[in-house]
Design a protein around this ligand. Structure first.
Ligand code: PLP
Length: 282
């Protein structure tokens, strides 16, 4: 792979970022992860806007316009795409360095998703780590050093992800995903006030529900509600919708041939591929 770092392309083995950069030394950095579909960066404008907001919350400026960053991303896709059908996961990191901001764009193959995930669902649990209140860390900030996410990921065991609660003990999100409940035909997800990262897949899922007239509610969600839900699923960029079979030791659902999660899975790709806001605004 070829990676873009502070104005130059490097072979993967030479992509070493100097430890002298302030952002590396003191954690002054923000990031985004973008994926491609058929070689095109998905929802790039939305990722760029979220990156810009994270950067602003760290008093950093993004050293590109959306269009400039998009052309670097496209150049790297051209250099790194393994085959016409291969897709990539692209991590964009901004490091603060005094008055400057140094960008790095790191390419990797998009891991292939086992069909079992969609057909059998995954196991999740509740994380022992809590996301700090918005008064301490702005929940919209996407930063590499979020200890509650890092520690949750290190302790996953046989769980796909773990649900992190907020400072009130309500449901917040996974360490790399947003969470949705299905109850009595409604789709429910913690609202932005619950401290969630405004996930781009979450946003698309809400849009999909509205487009097919499924009642979708954003509100505070108590942790016990997950145990009485009819269905649960996660959303995140690289996989989309992830059905949940088991929460802690409780089996929720064993058969994903019908139900709300199946309906949403069946319609998701069509929705995101045709929803204009995922492909415009560059
Ligand atoms: N919540 C957290 C803490 C995340 O790190 C992520 C993705 O990395 C998400 C939610 C899902 O966001 P998206 O759908 O934009 O990938």
């Amino acid at each position: 792979m070829q990676n873009y770092i502070a104005g130059r392309w490097y072979d993967e083995d030479d992509s070493l970022i100097s430890a002298l950069i302030t952002g590396v030394l003191n954690g002054e950095s923000v990031y985004e992860v973008v994926r491609t579909y058929n070689g095109l960066p998905f929802a790039f404008r939305k990722h760029f806007d979220r990156l810009k907001r994270s950067a602003a919350l760290m008093s950093m400026e993004v050293p590109f316009t959306c269009k400039e960053l998009n052309s670097i991303i496209l150049e790297g896709i051209d250099k790194n795409r393994p085959s016409p059908s291969g897709d990539l996961r692209i991590r964009i990191v901004l490091f603060g360095n005094g008055e400057n901001v140094l960008p790095a764009v790191i390419y990797a193959l998009l891991p292939s998703v086992s069909k079992d995930i969609y057909e059998l669902g995954v196991k999740i649990a509740i994380s022992p780590y809590t996301k700090p209140s918005g008064a301490i860390v702005d929940p919209r900030l996407k930063i590499p050093g979020a200890s509650w996410n890092i520690r949750t990921r290190k302790n996953l065991g046989d769980n796909y992800d773990m649900i992190i609660l907020n400072e009130k003990g309500n449901v917040c999100e996974g360490s790399f995903s947003n969470v949705f409940l299905v109850k009595d035909g409604r789709v429910i997800t913690p609202d932005i006030g619950s401290g969630v990262l405004p996930g781009i897949t979450r946003d698309n899922l809400i849009g999909l529900c509205r487009s097919i007239e499924i009642n979708v509610v954003e509100r505070p969600v108590a942790a016990w509600e997950m145990f009485s839900a009819d269905e649960l699923f996660l959303t995140h960029t690289s996989v989309g919708i992830v059905p949940i079979r088991k929460l802690e030791e409780k089996i929720l659902i064993e058969d994903f041939t019908d139900g709300m999660t199946r309906l949403l899975l069946d319609n998701f790709e069509d929705y995101i591929m045709t929803e204009d806001s995922n492909w415009s605004g560059l």
